[in-house]
Design a protein around this ligand. Sequence first.
Ligand SMILES: [Zn+2]
Length: 104
Amino acid sequence: MNTFPKTVREFIEAGRQVIQECEACRRKAPMDLSMLELVFGSSFDLYASMREMRDRLSCPACGHPRPLIEFHNPTATHFRDVSFDESVTSALEFNAYNRARKAS
Ligand SMILES: [Zn+2]
């Protein structure tokens, strides 16, 4: 099964990071995923609902609305070091991320 984490709970379990970047003051920092879970719920789909998430967030430093959202996998290994299934999954994950970014 080529699945990758999509919900807040799955992000927490897989150790994914959600990076918030402000377009006004350029503050860039990982978000507290337990806060995201409290605000949006554990089954909130971070890909399908990236626009909704951006609409509700603002920069903690300067208050500028709609920060850029980046997903980060700190455990990602080099392409050649992973199995075919893993590389297909990470390609799917990357494509889903690009689609979500465009839609948000
Ligand atoms: Zn800011």
